[in-house]
Design a protein. Structure first.
Length: 270
């Protein structure tokens, strides 16, 4: 197999399974080449990704060494993608009666959410999360793409338990500006004790859902290493949670003027 063919196959394998460590020897055996030749192939891939800001190809030395792809985005790339998302949110036809904003098509777009997942993975991969946790249902696509970018399992907390989940832990939490009491539950088999978890949700107003998820993780004795949310509203001003990372800040929805005021979060603009 020619070098160009090997590079194409290796690149596809690495990108499809980010963060997974592949043994260099396995690639060498697959293509029937010496390890030194394979190392030259990887050096070309690594330099190309670095020059084009397409993430990072990392070589790990040692007995369990190998090579892996990390889908890292630069700060400029994050700003560009989030600004494009904001432009889509500002389209007047998205405003619904009652001051709601239609986002279903955006949080169902594989292309947009793949990028969102990479942004969250870039920001939280240093915390080494072992699971991504979200609550059904709208947050699932965002969390799934984040889990894929980190190459870790996704755990979905239910509003109501299912018989197929076996024994569950159920707890009440305060949700929304009105502080309404809602319920969430999770199978006791879903998370091993002391697992490092990353909480991801699509939308946040008062922060009650994220706060409830964090409290539920405490019941499972699982440390929360990060909290990410795609869109955060500017209201209410008093939030139930503060140590989170939002990508988009929704300031105002003006139904009369058909205007949505939205911008990237401050940490992205800095």
């Amino acid at each position: 197999m020619r070098r160009a063919h090997r590079i194409a196959a290796i690149t596809k394998t690495l990108v499809e399974q980010p963060h997974h460590i592949f043994a260099v020897g396995d690639f060498a055996d697959l293509f029937g080449v010496a390890r030194s030749t394979l190392s030259e192939d990887l050096a070309i891939i690594r330099a190309t990704f670095e020059n084009l800001n397409m993430g990072r190809v990392e070589t790990i030395s040692g007995a369990v060494g190998g090579v892996r792809y990390l889908p890292e985005l630069t700060k400029d790339q994050v700003l560009q993608h989030v600004q494009e998302f904001c432009q889509r949110l500002q389209e007047p036809h998205r405003i619904l009666p009652g001051g709601f904003v239609y986002t279903d098509d955006l949080i169902s777009s594989p292309l947009l959410l793949r990028i969102v997942g990479q942004i969250f993975a870039t920001q939280f991969q240093a915390e080494n999360p072992e699971y991504v946790v979200t609550v059904e249902t709208a947050g699932i696509p965002v969390a799934l793409q984040t889990a894929h970018a980190l190459n870790v399992p996704l755990v979905v907390v239910r509003r109501q338990s299912r018989p197929t989940e076996g024994p569950v832990l159920t707890m009440n939490f305060l949700s929304g500006p009105a502080r309404q009491i809602e319920t969430m539950s999770l199978s006791r088999r879903a998370l091993p004790r002391n697992s490092r978890v990353l909480l991801i949700d699509d939308f946040m107003k008062a922060g009650g859902t994220l706060r409830g998820l964090a409290d539920l993780m405490g019941e499972f004795e699982c440390p929360v290493v990060g909290k990410g949310v795609l869109i955060e509203t500017g209201w209410p001003s008093e939030k139930l949670i503060h140590d989170h990372l939002a990508l988009i800040y929704l300031q105002e929805v003006n139904v009369e003027e058909q205007k949505v005021v939205v911008q990237p979060a401050d940490w992205i603009l800095r």
